[in-house]
Ligand binder design. Structure first.
Ligand code: GLY
Length: 307
């Protein structure tokens, strides 16, 4: 049994640990934890009260994967619902698709009775207004939103603002491995942008036979490298967990074009080992691990690799 999360997921960890200790299955346990992160107002990168896209809207992404069946559910660019992770779960269980986005996802969410919510708060609005004020010309401000958003597209890489996500990876008492992710994506992203969090194989992947992987930060890179799937495939091909994560990070480090920034790769294997490597982070990267030998979940620093 094991739980591995990134530090952004800290508010849901006690609940998930309690559930895992009580022999609850890995999928339910991690979804319950992520729901607490989605509703935590102090986390500005997941769920309500996060930083919005260029139009001031919160478009949320989430995914879950069951490593026993390799069924997944993912939702992308959904607006107006409190728990994207629950909608992702219902995509996995209630419909024979693996991912729904935008208006279709919102229709599905209504049909399953998901809780509607205004995720944009005063913090969201004032941060966005400050962003517009700092980065738009007088003429752009006058015409907004009827301007070419492409003209301000380079602003999303704003070093003043964090971009993060939450990832949970768990193996339960029965050996079932599962992953789940949830994010608001990048602050000031172009509307409709999906990161890796809803892309199974890029931002997360689980296979109870071998292990699981989930990534944080620059989804534009892990989508191109198929990072989460590659780690689990390396495990299948017989690499140790450490070597599997190392190989995937080396593969990311080979990318030279497009948007290049930091990525953190989190992984577990089916024997309860864990490994977290951060590629080119701008600051120390923490993660949280719990397994039955530990009384309490532990906060640790990721190993850092630089290119
Ligand atoms: N890794 C989160 C994102 O790229 O949106």
């Amino acid at each position: 049994m094991i739980l591995l999360t990134n530090y952004e997921g800290r508010s849901g960890v006690p609940r998930t640990v309690e559930l895992l200790k009580n022999k609850t299955n890995a999928i339910y346990s991690i979804i319950e934890g992520i729901k607490l992160v989605e509703e935590n107002p102090e986390i500005h990168t997941v769920g309500a009260n996060s930083l919005p896209n260029l139009l001031g809207q919160l478009e949320l992404d989430s995914a879950v994967m069951d490593g026993n069946t390799r069924r997944s559910g993912a939702v992308g660019a959904i607006k107006g619902f409190k728990h994207p992770i629950e909608i992702a779960y219902h995509i996995m269980t209630d419909i024979e698709h693996e991912i729904l986005v935008g208006a279709g996802a919102e229709r599905f969410a209504e049909e399953i009775g998901a809780e509607k919510y205004v995720n944009e708060t005063e913090y969201t609005k004032t941060s966005w207004e400050e962003f517009l004020n700092d980065h738009l010309t007088y003429e752009q401000k006058e015409k907004f939103p009827h301007i070419r958003l492409l003209d301000i597209k380079d602003k999303p890489n704003d070093p003043e603002h964090l971009f993060d996500t939450t990832v949970y990876l768990a193996q339960d008492y029965s050996g079932r491995i599962a992953t789940a992710t949830s994010t608001a994506g990048w602050p000031w992203k172009y509307p409709g942008r999906l990161g890796d969090s809803p892309i199974i194989g890029a931002g997360s992947y689980a296979d109870s036979r071998y292990g699981a992987c989930a990534c944080t930060h620059t989804g534009e890179m892990t989508i191109r490298a198929g990072t989460a799937r590659s780690v689990v495939l390396y495990l299948k091909m017989g690499l140790s967990l450490a070597d599997a994560v190392y190989e995937s990070v080396m593969d990311l480090a080979e990318l030279k074009t497009g948007f290049i920034n930091a990525v953190t790769v989190h992984a577990i294997d089916n024997k309860g080992n864990y490994k977290v490597i951060a590629l080119n982070p701008q600051k120390e990267i923490k993660y949280i691990v719990w397994h039955p030998d530990l009384k309490e979940p532990q906060v640790k620093n990721a190993e850092i690799m630089r290119t």
